[in-house]
Design a protein around this ligand. Structure first.
Ligand SMILES: C[S@@+](CC[C@H](N)C(=O)[O-])C[C@H]1O[C@@H](n2cnc3c(N)ncnc32)[C@H](O)[C@@H]1O
Length: 252
């Protein structure tokens, strides 16, 4: 499955809608209209976008500061907003290497305005092509954090997702990590919100159960606290419920 929407501002666009829900300004009226329609049915979508960024920040900080990971491959990067992967990682290790991957040329056009990072125009359905380019930018002999942050619901087949993750991690050094979160079908409201998104012309997004998402980490050692609601992964304070689960797993 590919996802290529071009730059038409009249068609609701996944990265721009996510940017809108996250409180960013890189979005158009069509993105806001669909974003608002989904939010009417599932108001927590904006919270999910913001909580997901907090999860990214906590996970990348853990990986850079505690696990000593010097390289990050962030696949399905989305539009740059606040506290992107490179800012968090390079805030800890100024020479951390970051490679962003997205299949949307508009996203990469924005990303190119950022210093100190590299970009690959690539589709995660072709992990070998991503690896071939990434191998020129990262040292696979040292640990890499491979990140899939809220992007795998575009692929309806869980087996395909597991195969993509396995292929991506195969050439990576021992001590490499997978960071993964996705929306879950854990309340009727979030399921209705996803249905509304598809109905309004947004790119359909498949929500899965936490048990299904857990299988993506098969063969890896989960870092404490395991696969949990993203708000409950090493939280800084009080946590709120959200229909999204995530984890960090280590390759032996
Ligand atoms: C919800 S947004 C970005 C979320 C972002 N990772 C974050 O944490 O804020 C989803 C992104 O995934 C990208 N994407 C969708 N399908 C993709 C694919 N098959 N390969 C690579 N990127 C993809 C979209 O272009 C979009 O930028």
């Amino acid at each position: 499955m590919t996802y290529a929407e071009g730059l038409d501002p009249d068609i609701p666009h996944a990265a721009r809608m996510w940017n809108y829900w996250m409180g960013g300004t890189d979005n158009f009226p069509a993105d806001r209209a669909t974003g608002d329609a989904v939010a009417q049915i599932y108001p927590e979508i904006a919270l999910m976008a913001r909580f997901s960024r907090q999860f990214l920040i906590r996970a990348v900080r853990y990986l850079a500061a505690e696990a000593g990971i010097p390289q990050f491959l962030d696949i399905g990067t989305g539009l740059p907003t606040m506290q992107n992967t490179h800012e968090v990682a390079q805030g800890i290790h100024p020479d951390a290497r970051i490679v962003y991957v997205d299949n949307d040329p508009m996203v990469l056009a924005h990303a190119r305005s950022l210093a100190s990072t590299n970009y690959i125009l690539g589709d995660y359905h072709d992990p070998e092509a991503i690896l071939a380019e990434a191998a020129m930018l990262l040292d696979f002999g040292r640990p890499v954090a491979v990140m899939f942050m809220g992007v795998m619901g575009y692929e309806p087949d869980l087996g395909v997702i597991r195969s993509i993750v396995d292929t991506m991690l195969a050439p990576m050094a021992s001590g490499s990590h997978l960071v993964f979160w996705d929306g879950t079908n854990t309340t009727p409201e979030v399921v209705a919100g996803a249905e509304k998104l598809a109905e309004m012309g947004g790119v359909p997004y498949l929500l899965r159960s936490p048990a299904e998402l857990a299988t993506v980490f098969d063969g890896l050692t989960l870092v404490e606290p395991g696969l949990v609601e993203i708000t409950k992964w090493r939280p800084a304070g009080e946590t709120e419920h959200i229909d999204a689960y995530g984890a960090v797993g280590r390759k032996s």
